[in-house]
Design a protein around this ligand. Structure first.
Ligand code: MN
Length: 718
């Protein structure tokens, strides 16, 4: 039974492509058959049918034996006890790595679906960069799954179909694999929007006679003309695929009848010179629409696509697009990056590194490293997949392709990271333009730079490409750290000098660091510099250390306690037993929206959710966590109030009267008077936000007071 099936399968493969290594394929088939033997698909059929079908799709696409063997084994790591080690032993690294590349991330960590999915995409991209056949197998797998979706629940069907439209089809487009892209799109379209699908299909079928007449009205005269010039060419006219018609209708809100480029007439010929000769013949027959001519032969798309496109007006006023290309270009246009493996049995040299598709992939892998947040990664991945391209030139005439919406700054980063970092503006077609100027195809951009210029945080709104964005972030991360360290060093040194200590600072360092739970002096400087660690705390340590040198352990425990309040009134997750302290930059009080920032080794710092520092440090998204107030907690908090008023006698008395009426202690206060305007700042100890609100409400009713605001600088306990 098994052998009969095997024979049947290998016969089928042999029939498709007799040059394949059938021994290898049979060996892979047998292992897959035994590994999946007790499994069934949702439809009830034996599981092995799925890898068989995927292998056949790939054989039909003329892929090599290694890819087909890997396709047969593509689900064994995910769904059966077979290990990677076993695959390496039986089939070698190449096949084992392909199978591993198509295997979903398995994780035991509790993560949500989006995170797992993002990690799976990431892994897929990295495996693709090593061997692009990973994605070719993945496409065939997806194709077969889409053809056999019916047994699944409507939710699963919708999820698989939308993922196909969101990720796999655009990815196929990026890799130049038009045929796969069309098929994926049409299948997903059918499941996702069944009514629209039926509608479009009915219209395409219903208009067949009319369309064929239209096609003939162009192809017949063109064939005659081409033959009379002794040029050999194949001329085909056919409708575009259903999903692209649907999208055109949806985007342009045009009716089916109004979309003139429903069909493409394709002329395929032997060589480059013939392409341009045929273009001339087309234009001698019909009038071209000027701005619709595109020469993708001299200026290929970034996915490698080459062709001449011209749109002409026929004798009866009909408009069609005519595409002219060589057979070689046609294969690249249909199979894209997969064309490298076709008919190349046994000589899979891969491809040269300057391949267009590969350059895109390398770029993507570069920027994805900086996007640690899974939602953000998926968002940028989609942007990178989807965006229409524009083509811009460097002053030397080199072509740079960018997504639509790219700015001067994006261009600078696309040329070189350093050029982006030091960019001050650009000459766009000879005119000086600012960094946020939107670029259009055909512009020549000459970046003006200055080595003393460095990025400002606003630039993040001026870059629209993932590459520019991630380069900027990396720069901010690195220099931000450097600057913090320098600043922290200065702050600490000046404070230390004020103490007039006999012993040098270095003598205090080891115990100071261990008491704070910090490993390196640099880290101490950084924390002081970025405001996470108040220098006052360090000074208190140094002071006490000096006074109580005979009892260091007591001091240490005192310091540690000041950093780790036993119960600060904050709940992290469902526990309150975590090291928590309040950020000195914003001093949140109960009732404020808050967010926790996980420091390395020093517990969680709680910031006001609107704290500007939080926006700055939250570049490290994975270190943010949600925290909440423990309502049953009894603790006191510090706030600063700024009061602007017109001076009068008794004002201060009235103000402090409000504080004592509402039970808030005044810790510190300052007063500046300019003519009859006074500015008071009070630092108060309060219990919660409600108490503070009552105080502010009451203060605002006092005669002469113009404005009461809570300020964010209560820190650095004076
Ligand atoms: Mn599969």
């Amino acid at each position: 039974m098994t052998d009969l099936l095997t024979d049947c399968f290998t016969d089928q493969i042999r029939e498709i492509n007799p040059r394949l290594n059938l021994d290898l394929i049979e060996k892979a088939y047998k292992l897959s058959l035994s590994a999946h033997k007790d499994q069934k698909r949702k439809s009830g059929e034996p599981y092995i049918r799925h890898p068989m079908a995927v292998a056949i799709i790939l054989a039909e696409q003329k892929l090599d034996s290694v890819t087909i063997a890997a396709a047969l084994l593509h689900d064994v790591l995910e769904d059966t006890p077979i290990t990677l080690a076993r695959l390496i032993e039986d089939f070698g690294e190449e096949i084992a790595q392909l199978v591993d590349g198509v295997t979903k991330i398995r994780t035991f960590e509790i993560k949500n679906r989006e995170e797992r999915q993002a990690e799976t995409y990431r892994k897929m991209l990295l495996s693709m960069a090593k061997d692009i056949r990973v994605i070719i197998i993945k496409f065939a797998d997806r194709l077969h799954n889409l053809r056999t979706l019916d047994a699944l629940s409507p939710e699963r069907i919708a999820a698989i179909a939308s993922e196909t439209l969101d990720i796999y089809a655009p990815l196929a487009h990026r890799l130049g694999m038009a045929k796969i892209k069309w098929e994926l799109e049409d299948l997903a379209f059918k499941y996702l929007y069944p009514e629209d699908y039926k509608n479009v299909v009915a219209k395409v079928v219903g208009s067949r006679n009319e369309r064929e007449k239209l096609i003939d009205s162009f192809t017949i005269p063109l064939r005659q003309k081409v033959a009379s010039e002794n040029i050999t060419a194949t001329i085909i006219g056919r409708p575009k695929h259903f999903y692209s018609i649907y999208r055109k209708m949806a985007n342009a809100t045009k009716s089916f009848e109004e979309i003139y480029d429903l069909l493409a007439i394709r002329v395929i010929t032997s060589d480059l010179r013939a392409c341009y000769a045929i273009l001339g013949l087309v234009h001698s027959l019909w009038k071209p629409i000027a701005d619709r001519f595109k020469d993708y032969i001299s200026m290929p798309k970034s996915n490698g696509y080459q062709s001449l496109h011209t749109t002409v007006v026929g004798d009866s006023g009909n408009i069609v697009e005519i595409q002219i290309r060589t057979w070689e270009m046609n294969q690249v246009a249909e199979d894209g990056i997969a064309a490298h493996w076709l008919y190349k049995e046994g000589e899979n040299s891969g491809f040269s590194t300057d391949d267009h598709q590969l350059a895109w992939l390398k770029n993507l892998i570069e920027w994805q490293k900086d996007l640690t947040d899974s939602a953000e990664f998926v968002e940028f991945f989609k942007i990178d997949l989807y965006h229409a391209e524009i083509f811009v030139f460097t002053p030397k005439g080199d072509l740079i392709s960018l997504p639509k919406g790219a700015t001067v700054l994006d261009f600078a980063f696309a040329v070189h990271t350093d050029l982006g970092i030091h960019c001050v503006g650009a000459k766009v077609d000879g005119k000086i333009e600012p960094l946020n100027t939107l670029l259009r195809s055909g512009f020549t951009v000459d970046i003006l730079h200055s080595n003393s210029k460095t990025p400002s945080i606003d630039w993040l709104t001026d870059v629209h490409t993932p590459k520019g964005r991630s380069a900027l972030r990396r720069w901010f991360k690195n220099t931000g750290k450097r600057e913090s360290i320098d600043l922290g060093k200065k702050i600490l040194r000046s404070h230390f000098n004020k103490l007039h200590l006999a012993s040098p600072f270095s003598e205090f360092v080891p115990t100071l660091l261990s008491s704070l739970g910090i490993n390196h002096l640099e880290r101490l400087y950084e924390l002081i510099g970025n405001g996470e660690l108040p220098v006052a705390r360090v000074m208190r340590y140094l002071n006490e250390h000096r006074k109580h040198q005979s009892m260091p352990s007591r001091v240490v425990s005192k310091i540690v306690n000041s950093i780790r309040p036993k119960s600060p009134g904050i709940i992290v997750g469902d526990t309150d037993n975590v090291m928590v302290r309040f950020a000195n930059c914003c001093n949140p009080i109960p009732g404020d929206p808050i967010t926790g920032f996980v420091t390395r080794g020093r517990g969680i710092v709680v910031h006001h959710a609107d704290c500007p520092n939080l926006a700055y440090i939250s570049r490290d998204e994975e270190r943010l966590m949600s925290v909440s107030w423990d309502d049953h907690h009894d603790r006191q908090y510090f706030v600063s109030l700024e009061i602007l008023a017109t001076d009068r006698s008794g004002l201060l008395h009235d103000v402090t009267g409000v504080f004592s009426n509402f039970g808030a202690d005044v810790i510190d206060g300052s007063l500046t008077t300019v003519r009859d305007q006074v500015r008071n700042i009070f630092k108060l100890k309060i219990q919660n936000k409600n108490q503070l609100k009552q105080i502010i409400d009451r203060l605002q009713k006092i005669k002469g007071i113009e404005k009461v605001t809570r300020t964010r600088d209560a820190g650095y306990g004076k």
